[in-house]
Design a protein around this ligand. Structure first.
Ligand SMILES: Cc1ncc(COP(=O)(O)O)c(C=O)c1O
Length: 457
């Protein structure tokens, strides 16, 4: 029996000591192709993500500290030389508290993985050095050389470049891009026997298109294709795996970190997938080595407990600002607004008590107008910072077409609906809401002083 990462969903609020020898037999009726889940996992699947996080195993420190100890070791020792052979043969593994080397499983990173699995309602998870390494590793693992992916045409620019340029060149993996809202197009693009993965973002970067996850999963399942969802924009708000997705990936660098100080990622999915990714001979994580450092994993595990609170505030402010910006006549894109094309869909799939997401876009139509607005907002009224990324406690603003989506051609951007003047705002929660709104209005007023006209609907 192969050993490896234990399934989190079977561990319920248990304090396990260092020498816990839990066997991974619970793993055996899981499988990412078979879609079989155990009763316990099915119950966990319905759970609120924050409740699931609170029910996850709490790791205490070696001396009884409320916080876990950091296993800051690159390598691990054994008592008997024979144990080493058993480790390398896969007979002994992390499910029995045996570790080899931290490019393979590390206990502190594994603990963060358990929290991520609880958050996303997946059987297991493991964390990586970046969101891009999580995405590239899982795609390379699931899609063999010459394989085919069906992906949304609206994706983070780096992922779009990976699928458009890097994977075809290095692995002969080709992608057909579709409008993720066009379910007939998804069906038509799947080539039976060739297509291994349908890939999309739960809420797309930067256009904020919301994918109908249950419906896309149904289409993929009928065709035997694995669904991988990037949930970077909507942790807690949307739980793709609870809606049927097989694998969820994250750029932890964003909301989950919340501090804009760490680059990190995660792959959340079946234990069998995570174990295959750590295989000594065939595993993309083990062999490409995008390892997360144990000290980073510790830092991040201290931030997950307040992710739900942070998301609530990001979302509440984004909704209020979106409503007020719309009232001023700005062209606002925010899935929490009733006029957003997928507002009803989002309501039906999200955990509404957390809100509708912390990101909104204002379409200023030209890059020049977008830049003038951002200049005022940063340099004159301190509303936010001109910077890429998102999920920070301060508001971050960028003109997507010339920054995080600049990898796409003009034609690809037009197809994805990225206007040259689209300003993406990741709404922060520092200061008071009224203080921040006054800063926004003041900046807008300055633009109007110089005969800048905002398009009125
Ligand atoms: C939706 C999305 N996925 C993935 C990534 C890549 O993550 P990272 O920068 O952590 O590699 C980004 C980065 O901006 C993103 O916005």
């Amino acid at each position: 029996m192969a050993t490896g990462v234990p399934p989190t969903t079977s561990i319920n609020n248990t304090i396990l000591n260092h020498n816990n020898k839990k066997r991974s037999s619970d793993n055996e009726d899981y499988g990412y192709n078979s879609m079989i889940i155990t009763k316990k996992a099915a119950i966990a699947a319905k759970e609120d993500p924050v409740a699931a996080l609170a029910s996850a195993r709490h790791e205490f420190g070696e001396h009884g500290g409320v916080n876990m100890s950091i296993e800051a070791s690159a390598t691990f020792t054994v008592m008997e030389p024979e144990t080493m052979r058993r480790l390398f043969s896969g007979e002994l593994g992390p499910d029995r508290d045996y570790f080899i080397y931290s490019r393979h499983f590390n206990p502190t990173v594994l603990n963060l993985g358990r929290l991520m699995a609880a958050l996303e309602g997946t059987e297991a998870a493991y964390c990586t050095a970046s969101g891009m390494s999580a995405i590239s590793s899982v795609l390379l693992q699931l899609v063999g050389a010459g394989g085919h992916i069906v992906a949304s045409q609206t994706l983070y620019g780096g992922t779009h470049a990976l699928l458009t340029h890097f994977l075809p060149r290095t692995s002969g993996i080709n992608t057909t891009f579709v409008d993720i809202c066009d379910h007939a197009a998804i069906k038509a693009a799947i080539v039976e026997g060739m297509t291994k993965v349908v890939y999309f973002e739960s809420v797309s970067n930067p256009t904020l298109t919301v994918a109908d996850i249950p419906e896309v999963c149904k289409i993929a399942r009928e065709k035997g294709v694995i669904v991988v969802v990037d949930n970077t924009f909507a942790p807690v708000v949307i739980s793709p795996a609870r809606l049927g997705a097989d694998v969820v990936v994250h750029s932890i660098s964003k909301y989950i970190s919340g501090g804009a100080d760490i680059i990190a990622g995660a792959v959340c999915g079946p234990a069998s997938l995570l174990n295959s990714m750590m295989d000594l001979h065939q595993g993309a994580l083990m062999l490409l080595g995008p390892t997360m450092n144990a000290k980073v994993a510790f830092e991040l595990s201290e931030r997950l407990p307040h992710l739900g609170l942070r998301m609530k505030e990001h979302c509440a402010r984004a909704l209020e600002f979106a409503k007020r910006m719309k009232k001023l006549g700005l062209k606002v894109i925010y899935p929490g607004l009733e006029d957003h094309p997928q507002h009803e869909l989002l309501k039906s799939i999200c955990s509404q008590e957390y809100g509708y997401g912390g990101i909104l876009c204002v379409d200023m139509e030209t890059e020049e107008r977008a830049n003038r607005l951002m200049y005022q907002l940063q340099n004159c009224t301190q509303f936010g910072f001109m910077a890429v990324s998102l999920g920070y406690y301060e508001t971050l603003m960028s003109c997507s077409g010339s920054s995080t989506s600049s990898e796409m051609s003009e034609e690809e951007k037009a197809r994805a609906g990225i206007s040259p003047g689209l300003v993406r705002m990741s709404i922060g929660y520092t200061g008071t809401l009224e203080q921040k709104w006054a800063q926004f209005e003041k900046a807008l007023g300055k633009l109007q002083d110089v005969k800048f006209s905002v398009r009125h609907k």
